[in-house]
Design a protein around this ligand. Sequence first.
Ligand SMILES: *Cc1c(COP(=O)(O)O)cnc(C)c1O
Length: 375
Amino acid sequence: MQFRDLHTQYQKYKKSIDSEIQEVLLSTNFIDGKEVNEIETRLAEYVGVKNCITCANGTDAMTLVMMAWGISNGDAVFLPDFTFFSTGEIVALAGASPIFVDVDRDTFNIDTKKLEEAIRRIIEDGKLIPKVIIPVDLFGLPANHYEIETIAKKYKLSVLVDSAQGFGGNIRGQRAGSFGKAATTSFFPSKPLGCYGDGGAIFTNDEELAQRIKSLKVHGRGKDKYDNVRLGINSRLDTLQAGVLKVKLKAFIDHELEDVNQVYQIYNNRLKDAVEVPIIPEGFYSSFAQYTIKLKNRDQRDRLQAELANKKIPSMIYYNKPLHKQRAFQNQEYVEEDFCVANVLSDIVLSLPMHPYLTEEDIDEVCNLITLCCK
Ligand SMILES: *Cc1c(COP(=O)(O)O)cnc(C)c1O
């Protein structure tokens, strides 16, 4: 059994993927081929924003927005404590101060009450200037973007949504990627929409921001490639990846997104009496980048993971260390109680195999073992 089955997906779409790749090979337009433009148009249309700018990966996508907004030394950027390292890394790399905020136990996403408290604390301290909120759509579930928007307006902050895991999710039909002033995603192979290497994108309705990012991602280009008007980076999605994404976006829209939601329904029904199953709030729709259960304590979690491994069932712990505990951020001062939820989650979460090609037999096997272990 695969944690995320890329083999079956490739076998199913082999003909179209191979032919897209073949076409790029024959054209030899490996950088900026026509497929890049095509996928940007399709992605913008699907997400429901005016601009999609592709780049080399999801981390660069966020870095480009930080650069475009001029975020640097003395700026405070608020983000959830329970996320992938990169969300905090890009803030510190820009020279700004990441302010970690605890998360909601049910949704795993940033706790909006604690977010507002953190903003007030930074304002009272007077050492840093609050600038940006980076909510994360963790495990595919959109963060509480309506409440976050209200807080951002109140304190005049910009919102950059890290939707690396969120692509395909929505709130009352409004798709992930269209919230905030800008949103980013990742096409890392195991994300909800993945390519065959690294890739990423920025979504925004802000025309000026879009133009600036288009310049920044190609060495701060001006009129053309050899006119450089600012310092930038080199961050592009290559044509081969764009070709692969064309086929995979279609599969994602045609059936994959619905299929993972089907798996979620079955998992939840089968597991709800044995463990804490994911909670999707009313009106929210998840793309299930991960299906994550909660156990009673670390002991039970670790025992279950070992039992699963015994039966060759893969599972993952996302994340076993909240950001405030990462050594790279050890210069930060913090109070442990501020992160009580993230601390508990890192002890009790376990992500199960989740993808559109999971068979009923696979689901059966996983659920039988979990119900047996967690009675
Ligand atoms: C994967 C991921 C990223 C980084 O994406 P890359 O394409 O690997 O750079 C950032 N944030 C979150 C929450 C992620 O899951």
